[in-house]
Design a protein around this ligand. Structure first.
Ligand code: NDP
Length: 287
């Protein structure tokens, strides 16, 4: 039997619509929710991501401020822009699109963002909040994955969850969120000797690797929830995930497609974090 397809596009539209309602409610209180997006250089993939984020702001009524800086921007110039946006009371969220040109240290840039405006959730203060179970901004991609898992109808409590990939922006926060949801969590990576043996044990499998179609049907437990974070190009230049969708959908219980799975959810959660930032900074609670 073929798996349930988890439609990230549809779920993202629902979330954006909830955000739109909240943005309108804040506007009634005289608050204009604003997100500043900084793009340094002319990386083509980054330009597409930024365009999609700006478009999502327009859809939800969030005011976007776009700053395009040339590829030769110095770290000092970027830090000065961040300091200016940190000090700007009208700005709720600050996002610096990664990757940055090599003359700029991304860690120093992330550290410079006011944690109260760090809607990407990458600042160590927010990472620390996630580790210790305190309130903070959760990185958008793993946050969106949790919503997709919820949509699958499978409660992570007591389940075996395997994450392939251990990056600071996806794999590690994903592990912490699933742990907080009471799953028994395993994180696999490039030094894991027998990946199949690990993934076959997963009731919930999250692939965040960046290797086209790495996860094959024989690596998946029948009935598992399979979430594909990867965004790669296949041998024909077509966008594809880390999971071999055509074969794994025949064995999984639920699966996300690429495109149309995790990608749109990442942007929807960014919008949610931004409207949350607006409320937290101004001491307003809409719920
Ligand atoms: P990174 O390159 O930072 O991390 C990749 C991870 O995969 C590393 O931990 C690496 O291990 C591990 N890995 C690499 N090769 C293997 C292998 N053969 N077997 C097991 N593990 C392996 O990537 P990101 O976490 O930033 O992104 C992962 C993927 O998700 C990419 O395709 C990216 O484009 C996509 N992505 C999609 C988003 C979306 O919105 N849909 C958002 C963010 C990312 P090690 O640590 O040992 O090197």
């Amino acid at each position: 039997m073929s798996a349930q397809i988890l439609d990230g596009k549809a779920l993202a539209a629902e979330i954006r619509s909830e955000v739109k309602t909240q943005v309108a409610a804040l506007a009634e209180k005289g608050v204009s929710t604003a997100l500043a997006v900084i793009l340094v250089g002319d990386d083509s993939a980054s330009q597409v991501y930024v365009r999609n984020k700006i478009k999502a702001c327009a859809d939800t009524g969030i005011r976007s401020l776009e700053f395009r800086m040339p590829a030769e921007t110095t770290q000092q110039q970027l830090l000065a822009k961040i300091a200016e946006l940190n000090a700007d009371e009208s700005v709720d969220g600050i996002l610096v699109q990664l990757p940055l040109p090599k003359q700029i240290n991304a860690d120093a840039v992330i550290a410079a963002i006011d944690p109260a405006k760090d809607v990407d959730g990458f600042h160590v203060a927010n990472a620390g909040a996630l580790i210790t179970g305190k309130q903070g901004f959760v990185p958008c991609t793993p946050f969106g994955v949790m919503r997709l898992i919820e949509k699958s109808g499978v409660n992570p409590r007591g389940k075996s969850a395997v994450i392939v990939g251990r990056s600071n922006i996806v794999g590690k926060p994903m592990a912490l969120l699933l742990l907080a949801a009471d799953a028994t969590v395993t994180v696999a990576h490039s030094r894991t000797p027998d990946l199949s043996a690990v993934t076959r044990n997963a009731d919930i499998l999250v692939a965040a690797v960046g290797r086209a179609k790495l996860i094959k049907a024989d690596m998946v437990k029948p009935g598992a929830v399979v979430i594909d974070v990867g965004m790669n190009r296949d041998e024909n230049g077509k966008l594809c995930g880390d999971v071999d969708f055509a074969e794994v959908k025949e064995i999984a219980g639920s699966i996300t497609p690429v495109p149309g799975g995790v990608g749109p959810m990442t942007i929807a959660m960014l919008m949610q974090n931004t409207v949350l930032a607006a409320q937290m900074r101004r001491g307003i609670s809409l719920s």
